[in-house]
Design a protein around this ligand. Structure first.
Ligand code: GLN
Length: 304
């Protein structure tokens, strides 16, 4: 076993001393209240050994990391039919970009940018009797943790300022690629993004992507084929127009959120989550990216 704890401790120390920490996502006012100085990291290996440093147990808003979890639930419900409404190509554009949607007849480029995730949200709203409650139960079940919950203040804060997401949803609606009411779909979307989880809870949840679709208790949530597809999407699309850079620097499938969280994983080996609220210009956690680059360089563990 690699000496993960030593590497995490060094990363934590370097991150705590960092001067350049990026900028916080203030377009969601509630997120702008978070202390920029915080840094956390948590790693779980395939043998379910845990390694943690800094604020690895403190909860934060997972934001776009939730897109991987809604996609997982939707794939379980409607299977490959999902690809009739969403493509699987990297966008090379920011997470909230709309022009590609306009060009491609309302088919979002992939499920990990906002328009794609809004279509996934629409699918869940169509499929589930009580979407918010059932999605939360799905995440709690995978994580084996009933304390996971939405942050209502964050959800309402984004609802008040989510103008671009309203634009995306309306554009999708105009193309017929949104079946339900815009407000209902976005209410679900803002709630999924508001999920409040720690690095430890994220690592526990994403364990199934390193363990052939099986959660820590051994229950199967995804087929191996679905895990392959989702991990491929995380590698090619998980960091918007910085996905190439993330593959180049870190070399792992992963997903970021504007709350400053990043999850990354190496199938059959480990899953790691980092948190630092300051973002770089592409909307990905500045210190989180540096931390993961260091982790894969020092341990020599990446998919490449
Ligand atoms: N809720 C955020 C939004 O839709 C999520 C974006 C992100 O984390 N990149 O703008």
């Amino acid at each position: 076993m690699k000496d993960f704890q030593r590497v995490l401790d060094t990363i934590n120390e370097t991150s705590n001393n960092a001067v350049e920490r990026g900028t916080i996502a203030n377009y969601i006012p509630e997120l702008a209240k978070i202390d920029m100085q915080k840094f956390g990291i948590h790693l779980i290996d395939i043998g379910q050994h845990h390694f943690s440093a800094g604020k690895g147990a403190e909860r934060f808003s997972i934001q776009s990391i939730s897109k991987v979890l809604t996609l997982s639930m939707a794939l379980g419900l409607i299977g490959e039919n999902i690809w009739e409404r969403i493509d699987v190509e990297p966008s090379g554009d920011p997470f909230n970009h709309l022009s590609l949607l306009e060009l491609e007849n309302g088919i979002p480029r992939n499920p990990l940018i906002n328009p794609g995730a809004i279509v996934v949200a629409d699918i869940l709203v169509s499929q589930l009797a009580d979407p918010k409650k059932e999605f939360l139960a799905f995440v709690r079940n995978i994580a084996n943790d009933d304390s996971i919950d939405y942050d209502e203040d964050v959800a309402q804060s984004e609802r008040r300022t989510g103008f671009r997401n309203y634009a995306a949803a309306n554009l999708l609606k105009s193309y017929g690629n949104l079946k339900n009411d815009v407000d209902i779909v976005l209410d679900f979307y803002f709630h999924q993004c508001s999920l409040s989880m720690s690095c430890e809870q994220l690592a526990n949840t994403f364990f199934m992507f390193i363990n052939r679709g099986n959660c820590r208790r051994g229950n199967t949530f995804l087929t191996m084929g679905q895990v392959k597809r989702i991990n491929a999407l995380m590698l090619t699309c998980g960091f918007y127009d910085e996905s190439g850079e993330f593959a180049f620097e870190v070399g792992l499938p992963g997903k970021s959120g504007v709350g400053g969280g990043i999850v990354a994983l190496l199938p059959n080996k480990f899953c790691v989550a980092t948190w630092s609220p300051g973002l770089n210009k592409k909307g990905n956690s500045k210190l989180g990216m540096l931390a993961l680059e260091r982790l894969t360089t020092e341990t020599e563990l990446s998919i490449f």
